[in-house]
Design a protein around this ligand. Structure first.
Ligand SMILES: NC(=O)c1ccc[n+]([C@@H]2O[C@H](COP(=O)([O-])OP(=O)(O)OC[C@H]3O[C@@H](n4cnc5c(N)ncnc54)[C@H](OP(=O)(O)O)[C@@H]3O)[C@@H](O)[C@H]2O)c1
Length: 241
């Protein structure tokens, strides 16, 4: 297989499982250098080992961080800059989902959803962007959701975070395209990961999207010539019933 991302440094959040893990492995197949982050260090190390098998010669770093903490995000960005170098592709993938009617969802849950799904990608973007602007290149990829485009019964707060993330990314693209920086928003439908709970382990599991499907689309979007930006992708399972 052709190795098309050799020398390209990709920082992937939420790389310890699901879509982020699949992206790490797929980017590794393309020869990318990787910085993998999430809270669970052991899981990250397992992903890093699997990625190394697919990408001998690539530089693969692991840095655990809790993205609820602004200081941890600042530390992550500084560490990457000093230890790994300038980021070419930032994948803001980490996210959480709590589903409850709006009348019942607790304040703590609302805050956590907001901090992980919206504030963290904004802060990490803010920290990484100056070096992309300076180098006049880079790709910012945001994993939103179809729930960020179409409301979901019982998932109003989760949907609000993903609508917000799309709003941020769409506006950001207007700001940064003048520096040759691409902004891609990926909106997957139901994907078989821990996030989707029983659906991911039940009989319909093979009919919904697989984490590898989402990773493939992300890599293909990144591999386009730098002059071309797929600004938003809606990705659906073909036949989920
Ligand atoms: N699965 C679906 O049906 C679906 C559909 C549309 C969109 N999405 C989006 O896809 C993204 C990835 O989700 P997934 O399906 O792959 O679920 P997942 O397997 O649960 O992955 C979520 C990732 O986010 C990380 N994370 C959660 N809280 C964090 C925190 N406070 N600090 C740092 N990292 C944190 C987790 O790592 P640690 O636990 O190790 O911290 C994990 O790596 C999310 O943004 C989700 O909203 C999922």
């Amino acid at each position: 297989m052709a190795v098309r991302l050799r020398g390209c440094l990709c920082l992937i959040t939420g790389a310890s499982s699901g879509i982020g893990r699949a992206m790490a492995l797929r980017f590794a197949e393309e020869g990318a250098d990787l910085v993998l982050t999430a809270r669970r260090e052991e899981a990250l190390r397992e992903v890093a080992d699997a990625a190394r098998q697919r990408a001998p010669g690539s530089r693969i770093f692991v840095l655990p961080a809790d993205l609820r903490q602004p200081e941890a995000i600042e530390h992550l960005a500084c560490w990457v800059h000093e230890s790994a170098g300038a980021v070419d592709v930032l994948v803001n993938n980490a996210g959480i989902g709590y589903f409850a009617p709006a009348s019942q969802i607790e304040l703590e849950r609302i805050e956590e959803l907001w901090h992980v799904n919206v504030r963290a990608p904004i802060l990490l973007t803010r920290a990484i962007l100056p070096s992309m602007i300076q180098r006049q290149r880079g790709t910012l990829l945001y994993v939103a959701s179809l729930a960020g485009k179409y409301g979901v019964k019982g998932g109003s707060v989760y949907a609000a975070t993903k609508f917000a993330l799309r709003g941020f990314a769409e506006s950001l693209f207007q700001e940064v395209r003048q520096y040759n920086i691409r902004v891609i928003v990926l909106c997957p439908g139901s994907t078989a990961t821990a996030f989707s709970g029983p659906m991911a382990s039940g009989p319909g599991r093979e009919r919904i999207l697989q984490a590898e499907d989402v990773a493939e689309v992300a890599v293909q979007a990144v591999l386009l010539p730098p002059t071309a930006t797929v600004s938003e992708i809606e990705l659906r399972p073909t036949n989920p019933q």
